[in-house]
Design a protein around this ligand. Structure first.
Ligand SMILES: [Zn+2]
Ligand SMILES: [Zn+2]
Length: 242
């Protein structure tokens, strides 16, 4: 509640400028908070994607990419409204490195809006933001995945649970590592607490590249008694699967 109240105050006091082009915002015309209509139209929407890993696909109609057909990943589905490009990378970097919540509000609302357009008959019981190691969270002052999860939790009325899983190793940043190094880097990175896991959860994070972090976390949850793990992320990086 306090979060929402602070946001309303902030939106009222600060004259609106688009977070991407800095142009003035016409409030009633913009679909998402902090973004003008032109920049919204120019966003790289992930329109046709693999159901399980959200990698962009060249055409619609196919449900799974070649890789997921060969070896099914542990998550039942991955939802990723946007692709990674200079604009979306800028939004995520601003969120991570300036800590300005306007960026989380924008990206989280884009994710929430996308989820609201999908069938809602079998929703998860809890939203689990991908945890940061406590040292990194202290340095950054917040967990961006948690900030992105807030608008999603509000829109879908699903509680956020940060008490189920923690990161036991302060892993290296995944960017700059190849697939094998990424896999090794996140192996055994996560541990479950002694709290009972819900049967169906959604992991929330900012970006998925190779998906190693999400896979590792999903596997840990499945081993811990969870039956169904989905992954909700803002941006999907990676080349089109053919
Ligand atoms: Zn703009
Ligand atoms: Zn796939």
């Amino acid at each position: 509640m306090v979060y929402k109240w602070l946001h309303n105050i902030q939106n009222t006091l600060i004259p609106g400028r688009c977070l991407l082009c800095q142009g003035p915002l016409k409030k009633k015309h913009s679909q998402f908070p902090g973004l003008c209509t032109n920049c919204t139209d120019d966003l790289p929407w992930n329109k046709t994607a693999c159901r399980q890993c959200a990698i962009p696909m060249p055409w619609s109609g196919e449900l799974l990419c070649g890789q997921c057909t060969k070896k099914a990943p542990p998550m039942v589905r991955t939802v990723a409204p946007l692709l990674y490009n200079d604009c979306t990378q800028h939004l995520v970097h601003k969120l991570k490195f300036t800590g300005k919540l306007a960026y989380a509000d924008l990206l989280g609302n884009i994710l929430a809006d996308h989820l609201l357009q999908l069938p809602r008959n079998n929703l998860p019981e809890a939203i689990v933001p991908v945890p940061l190691h406590p040292t990194r969270q202290r340095e950054r002052g917040f967990n961006q995945a948690h900030e992105l999860a807030r608008p999603v939790s509000l829109a879908l009325q699903i509680p956020i649970d940060n008490q189920l899983i923690y990161r036991q190793h302060n892993t290296l940043q995944q960017s700059g590592l190849d697939v094998r190094q990424r896999r090794r880097n996140v192996r055994d990175a996560f541990r479950l607490t002694d709290r009972k896991l819900p049967l169906h959860i959604a992991l929330v994070d900012d970006v998925m590249t190779t998906g190693q972090t999400a896979r590792q976390l999903a596997m840990t949850c499945l081993k811990g008694g969870c039956r169904k793990v989905e992954v909700w992320i803002c941006l999907r990086a990676g080349n089109i699967s053919r």
